[in-house]
Every structure is written in structure tokens, then in C-alpha cells.
Write a protein that binds this ligand. Structure first.
Ligand SMILES: [Zn+2]
Length: 206
């Protein structure tokens, strides 16, 4: 019996998911690890299936994606962690609570969400608050902000989406160091409030 068959016949995806720190509800639902999921949309049982991003596979695919391993290494890890066929101790690493790859991924996704929202806002401002004629003396602050921030924001998004892990890591570290995300969040929140006020005013006018 091959290692793959042995592992798949003895460990369900659900058992692996729980052992590796995922919260799985009694009905077998969990937050998907393959897309940014705020409400559990992944069904985990023998195999897994995400109703939102349609990621699917077996326990080996799941473990491979979770830890960034090849299918063979994932099968070996599962065998070692679940004591299926005893491997030399060096090959059976302790089970981490949440894999570093997963927590990095979540951070990157959270950063990307804010950055792309901000990019949208800046693009809108660049159109909406552009000076009507070239000789307007005082430019709207929002237009200036769009000019200043659009390029760096787009660059940050590119880096976070880069296939080079070093580039992603560096950008993420830079974003954290400069506290960029909380600043962007504040701007987005402020703007959301403005939009709401506008809507209320329109309601009153109607
Ligand atoms: Zn998903």
C-alpha cells in the first residue's frame, strides 16, 4: 500500500484540520484557508470543499496547501504527526498550532483588502476632485492625496501579490513597521461616514 493510500485511508481531512489548529464546527464547517473567509464556508469531512472559492481536495492536498509542502512531503508529515508508519524522529516535527504560512497569508490578505479599498477611493478622488481648470490656485486636499498616494499604494499591492516570497515578506514588514494599515483604515472609516451622511441628507431632501 502506498504512503498516499495509507494516509488517506486513515486520516480524514477533518482530523488533520483540527490537529493543525483550525476551528471546525460540529457540523463540519470552518473558515476557508484558501480565500479570505470571515464566515465559515468550507465543509470539512473526509475531503474538503469551499462553497465560496470552490477549493477542494483530500487530506493530502489540504495539508500540502496549509504548510506549503509537496504532496509527498505532506503525506510524510501526516504519517509522522499521526503516527501512521513510524518515521525516524527527525522527520516527525511537532505539530504547530497555526502554521506560519497560514498566519502570514491571513495578514497579507487583510493588508491587500485595505490597500485595494484605499486604491479605489484614491482613484475616485483623483477623478472627482480634480481641478476644473489648470489655473485653479488651491487644489482639493483629496486630489493631492490621490496624487501622492496612488503610486505607492499600487506598488505595495503589486509587491504583496508578487510570486517572490521575499518581496511579499519585505513589503508586509514595511507596512507593519510604518503602521500603514491603521492609517488607511482611519481614512476609509472617515470616508464611509461621509458617504453615510450624504445618504442621510439625500433622504431628508427627498
Ligand atoms: Zn474558500
Amino acid at each position: 500500500m502506498s504512503l498516499f493510500t495509507q494516509v488517506k485511508s486513515q486520516i480524514t481531512t477533518r482530523q488533520a484540520a483540527e490537529a493543525y489548529g483550525l476551528m471546525v464546527s460540529r457540523s463540519g464547517m470552518a473558515c476557508c484557508i484558501f480565500h479570505d473567509d470571515r464566515h465559515p464556508s468550507m465543509k470539512i469531512d473526509e475531503r474538503y470543499y469551499c462553497f465560496s472559492c470552490h477549493a477542494t481536495g483530500d487530506v493530502i492536498d489540504f495539508t500540502a496547501k496549509l504548510f506549503g509542502l509537496s504532496p509527498l512531503d505532506a503525506a510524510k508529515k501526516l504519517a509522522a504527526d499521526f503516527g501512521i508508519c513510524p518515521l525516524p524522529p527527525t522527520q516527525s516535527a511537532p505539530i504547530p498550532k497555526v502554521s506560519p504560512a497560514l498566519s502570514d497569508r491571513k495578514e497579507t490578505l487583510a493588508a491587500l483588502r485595505l490597500l485595494t479599498d484605499y486604491e479605489q477611493l484614491l482613484k475616485r478622488w483623483k477623478e472627482e476632485f480634480a481641478p476644473a481648470t489648470p489655473d485653479v490656485e488651491v487644489w482639493d486636499e483629496r486630489f493631492c492625496q490621490a496624487l501622492r498616494h496612488l503610486m505607492p499604494v499600487s506598488h505595495a499591492i503589486d509587491c504583496l501579490l508578487s510570486s517572490d516570497p521575499e518581496e511579499r515578506k519585505e513589503m508586509l514588514a514595511y507596512i507593519k513597521r510604518t503602521d500603514t494599515l491603521s492609517k488607511i483604515e482611519a481614512i476609509l472609516n472617515e470616508n464611509r461616514t461621509e458617504v453615510n451622511c450624504d445618504a442621510e441628507e439625500n433622504d431628508r431632501a427627498a
